[in-house]
Design a protein around this ligand. Sequence first.
Ligand SMILES: Cc1cc2nc3c(=O)[nH]c(=O)nc-3n(C[C@H](O)[C@H](O)[C@H](O)COP(=O)(O)OP(=O)(O)OC[C@H]3O[C@@H](n4cnc5c(N)ncnc54)[C@H](O)[C@@H]3O)c2cc1C
Length: 404
Amino acid sequence: MSTRLSESLHQLMHAYRSQLRDTIRRAGIDWPVTHIRVLKGIAHQPGCTAREIAGAMRADKAQITRALGELRDAQLIESQHNPNDRRSQLLQLTATGRALRLQLEHAEEAAVARLTDTLNADDLTQFMSLAQRMITNVSPASSPQESSAMPAPAQRQLEVIRTTDVSPHMKRVTLGGLKATDFPTDQASAYFKFLFPREGHDKPLMRTYTIRHQRDDEIDVDFALHEPAGLASHWAQTVQPGERIDIRGPGPKKMVNFEADWFLLVGDMTSLPAISVNLEQLPDNAQGHVVLEVTDNSDIQPLQHPPGVKLHWVIAPSADPSGQRLVDAVKQLPWLTGTPSVWAACEFNSMRALRQHFRETAEIPKSHFYISSYWKMGVNEDDHKTVKRQDTEQWEQSDGNAAQ
Ligand SMILES: Cc1cc2nc3c(=O)[nH]c(=O)nc-3n(C[C@H](O)[C@H](O)[C@H](O)COP(=O)(O)OP(=O)(O)OC[C@H]3O[C@@H](n4cnc5c(N)ncnc54)[C@H](O)[C@@H]3O)c2cc1C
């Protein structure tokens, strides 16, 4: 059965590709496939960078740079200065590029129409649902908890009710209007995206945050304040009650695996909200350690936690490019006996250093290990996402090799 299925999949892909090639050729378009994919990528995400396109296509950056140069020479795309990163350019289609994109869309529709000629609407719905399930089965994920990340995230508009200073470097924004938007209940620790519209772009910029508390009609979101401020942290510092903001999500919750003998949680001010929720939900008799890096002594917060789980605060007024500071703090702690549940989220370099440390020194079941980078020094969230995806793929590959 599986052999026949693999043959059918292979033949289907081949039939679709050759139909598409034919219709594109008949439409008089003679750009190579890479150029067409790059153009479509930019149409899909206007304002993206070359690095994001290379990451999404899993292609060599030099190849993408060449294709971008040729598309630019043909006046199909244009770029403008990235206000968040002087070294990169934001890409978008020109009017000619949009016209070509439309022609490609028509060619795709024609190819699909020929391929599905004898199928009815029910057949197509069933096929798409099965195909999506198979794709999900093999999608790489940065962690078990994120594997089901927002399949079809709902978009809602919430209202800023108030802002509060949690500590000098943390601002709480309370958003209201959950009931009117059918927001799911009991989502503390789940993450979601703020959508910030951009002039001249169809797609907004997105920033990821955690639900710190959820009440009947409100959620609290705690923003780590950093310098220079980014889009989201600046918004949190300046937003006024009554303003409205679009959000997408929530995605899955990020809980530690509670079926463990002891717990180790590691993070910084960006994961302090998620760690706080986790600590509140640990059983009263839980044992373990929490290492939390904050900007200043005055950013230490009173956290509800089981008495057997000890808090260790690391004061870090400046960034740590080596990523060693959190690992050094973890190394000071005793490794307890029994099955640990380890949960860590922080800056990219620190995450990599921690991940390497755990690989070298501990045996943690995959089901009891969550590690994620929440931001990356020197790059905004959009570029961080691309780097994170590449890093996760490389790590999973090396993990597989190490296991062989
Ligand atoms: C699942 C998930 C949940 C998250 N939850 C939270 C949360 O609840 N609270 C929270 O504060 N953050 C959270 N983050 C992290 C947050 O999404 C990033 O810090 C994001 O980059 C902030 O967006 P920004 O617009 O302020 O800065 P960006 O525009 O993304 O970046 C601008 C500049 O600021 C730097 N920068 C970004 N974040 C920091 C930081 N924390 N410290 C120092 N410099 C920084 C960047 O390196 C870049 O140079 C979460 C991230 C993930 C993936």
